[in-house]
Design a protein around this ligand. Structure first.
Ligand SMILES: Cc1ncc(COP(=O)(O)O)c(C=O)c1O
Length: 412
């Protein structure tokens, strides 16, 4: 109740945490924390970050020589995105089988901002969001920061089971569903075409917005599967497609986008204007050029991912006996299972040995997958070898249920 002298006592309703209280109650995930806290000194084996491809530098140089004169004559503020880039992204979507107009595209500062903007539009404190379990950790944090309660669905080789999705929707009445249908982060699962159709049909039946995140979708180790985007099955604007150049080319570009109905994109553009007024014009101009080079980038990434997989899997097979995994057909990571013990315990030991890890529970809306760690496939060879060596030392020192066999001895 609230009381005010002279005006009586009223029932105030359920307490609603302030945004600051919510953020304080939502500590940033382990993976992002290692990027924030560079003083920790541990090698970052937690984030699934791919190094910049040289062609990014080529196109940035071309922008400096050919495009800057024209660009500097503009205001530089483009809340919905640089018109040329919106048009180029619309063309990319249309060429991928999803006819798209310029009004259906919003440029964002990376896919992470795209997810945060969607969360701010659709998720009120106390609402429910359904994700795959495990999933992309940055999405979990964005939904938690918006005050969401999270529910997870298990993922098999072909993604989530649409019948289970339908059941869960009826039970928890979510505000939003978030999925990574192709090369799911971290399992590498590729959702079958039949399941895609069923997921979109469920979205229609329940009038539910569904986010499909395509950020990892072009990172194939094996020949790319022919799959329709969820948006390609969508007839009434329920699907919001999130994508970026962060994995194909370089995360430092901070270039992402949302494709959705023109009405929703208009609302999201207003939220984007409030968030940061505009993504930077210079990188957006580079994006116009870089989208032409996506097929070339995908080929280069495939070579890196195959070589990375050989390196990591050979090391695990030789030096980490009992660890198991399925070879992914795509995606930037390997989802490994420990033969015994718990990944959070191993992480504590690994940090003392100077290497950070993404554990299963950190990637889970329900803190499941205690026996899993996610390992990146592509890092510079030097960092990769040192990180794998430190992980091997940590595993040798780790005693399940006890932790570090040499507790108290600083190692790095
Ligand atoms: C599935 C997925 N979505 C989104 C992101 C974030 O992308 P960006 O760097 O464009 O913000 C990542 C990065 O790891 C990711 O794996």
């Amino acid at each position: 109740v609230t009381r005010r002298q002279g005006s009586g006592t009223r029932v105030a309703g359920p307490p609603v945490a302030s945004a600051v209280a919510r953020l304080d109650a939502t500590p940033v995930n382990d993976v992002f924390r290692s990027m924030l806290d560079s003083t920790a000194g541990a090698l970052d084996f937690a984030a699934a970050i791919l190094p910049a491809l040289p062609l990014v530098g080529e196109e940035l140089a071309a922008v400096a020589t050919d495009d800057l004169g024209h660009l500097l004559a503009t205001t530089g503020y483009t809340p919905a995105g640089l018109p040329a880039l919106r048009a180029r992204i619309a063309e990319h979507c249309s060429a991928s089988g999803v006819p798209t107009t310029v009004e259906q595209v919003l440029v964002t500062t990376g896919a992470q901002q795209a997810i945060s903007l969607i969360a701010s539009l659709f998720v009120q404190p106390g609402d429910t969001v359904i994700t795959e379990d495990p999933t992309y950790v940055g999405a979990l944090d964005a939904f938690r920061a918006a005050g969401a309660r999270l529910h997870g669905l298990p993922v098999d080789r072909h993604g989530i089971d649409p019948d289970q999705l339908e059941h869960l929707i009826s039970r928890v009445r979510p505000a939003l569903v978030y999925l990574v249908p192709t090369y799911q982060n971290p399992t590498g699962a590729v959702m079958s075409e039949a399941r895609r159709e069923a997921v979109v049909a469920a979205a229609h039946r329940h009038r539910l917005p569904v986010v499909e995140d395509l950020v990892t979708s072009r990172l194939h180790l094996d020949p790319a599967p022919r799959r329709t985007w969820l948006a390609g099955h969508d007839e009434d604007g329920r699907i919001l497609t999130v994508d970026s150049l962060g994995k194909d080319l370089w995360g430092g570009l901070r270039l992402g986008w949302i494709r959705g109905s023109a009405a929703l994109v208009g609302r999201l553009a207003r939220a984007k204007a409030i968030a940061d007024l505009s993504s930077t014009s210079v990188t957006q101009q580079a994006g116009v050029r870089l989208l032409d080079r996506l097929p070339e980038a995908a080929e280069l990434r495939t070579q890196q991912l195959r070589a990375g997989y050989e390196r990591v899997s050979t090391h695990l097979a030789r030096h980490l006996p009992g660890w198991t995994w399925e070879r992914p057909s795509g995606g930037p990571v390997l989802w490994a299972r420990l033969p015994e013990g718990s990944a959070p315990e191993l992480l504590a030991v690994a940090l003392r040995h100077g290497v950070n890890l993404a554990t299963g529970p950190a990637l889970s809306p329900t803190e499941a997958h205690q026996d899993r760690v996610r390992l990146p496939l592509v890092l510079s060879p030097l960092v990769m070898d040192r990180a794998l060596d430190r992980l091997t030392e940590a595993w040798a020192a780790y005693r399940p249920g006890v932790g570090d066999a040499m507790v108290g001895t600083p190692l790095v």
